[in-house]
Design a protein around this ligand. Structure first.
Ligand SMILES: Nc1ncnc2c1ncn2[C@@H]1O[C@H](COP(=O)(O)OP(=O)(O)OP(=O)(O)O)[C@@H](O)[C@H]1O
Length: 216
């Protein structure tokens, strides 16, 4: 069976520093994967490459049977299916609703549908009633949840999360743990980077251990 996503001989160098060197890595659809490893081992670099935001120095990636070609038009098409939630998400100094609807607007989704999707996403991340608040005036954990809602409304096939729970309190983490399997049931594949010692197992995710840019 063709894997959902495969990486072959991917290498990323920053100047002369090798940040990532992977021989082979494959992901199956509708699963949760957790990238774990100490600071600087290459988790964010790997997520950015998979999100097609960072071109590796060399190597090949195949997403849903299609070879990744690092050309603008091809990337734009593939990126419609992949969304990365950054560790410190950038939110506009506008309402939460505006922030979440932004990607939908770019995709030409009708205003009425935008409104409905934003409402649903806010409910899913437990921010019902936050729609009119200025996103920049929310706490770190709330901002992280807005960023997750902003990713979810786009219904990506592949959701990438860089330390999604790092600013969340216990209740939000519990809600997040319940959310991920429901997204998988809806057809998503999820890859997260995490420093949480117990969350990867709680989620029954496949753990990918990294050290110094390599797989363990
Ligand atoms: N833009 C950049 N320019 C130069 N070096 C970089 C750059 N981004 C990352 N690096 C280096 O690449 C290596 C991997 O960094 P990366 O951010 O991927 O690690 P990480 O596992 O996500 O770390 P953390 O757990 O601290 O978030 C580190 O040595 C880092 O210093």
């Amino acid at each position: 069976m063709t894997p959902f996503l495969s990486l072959n001989s991917i290498e990323m160098r920053y100047n002369n520093h090798v940040a990532l060197q992977l021989e082979e890595l494959e992901f199956e659809p509708q699963k949760i994967y957790s990238l774990v490893g100490s600071n600087g081992c290459g988790k964010s670099t790997l997520l950015q490459i998979i999100a097609l935001l960072l071109k590796p120095t060399c190597g090949q990636m195949i997403f849903e049977g299609q070879k990744v070609v690092w050309k603008k038009h091809d990337l734009q098409q593939m990126r419609l299916n992949i969304t990365l939630v950054h560790q410190s998400p950038y939110l506009f100094s506008r309402s939460v609703r505006h922030n979440i609807a932004y990607g939908l607007k770019l995709r030409g989704i009708h205003a009425k549908e935008q409104h409905q999707l934003v409402h649903e996403a806010l409910e899913i991340v437990g921010l019902d009633g936050f729609g009119r608040r200025n996103a920049r005036e929310l706490s770190g954990g709330e901002q992280q949840r807005v960023a997750i809602a902003r990713a979810l409304v786009l219904r990506p096939r592949l959701l990438l999360l860089d330390e999604p729970t790092s600013n969340m309190d216990r209740a939000s983490i519990d809600a997040f743990d319940q959310l991920l399997p429901t997204l998988v049931d809806q057809g998503m594949t999820i890859i997260q980077a995490t420093h949480s010692p117990d969350q990867p197992e709680r989620l029954r995710s496949t753990i990918i251990r990294m050290e110094d840019g390599r797989l363990l």
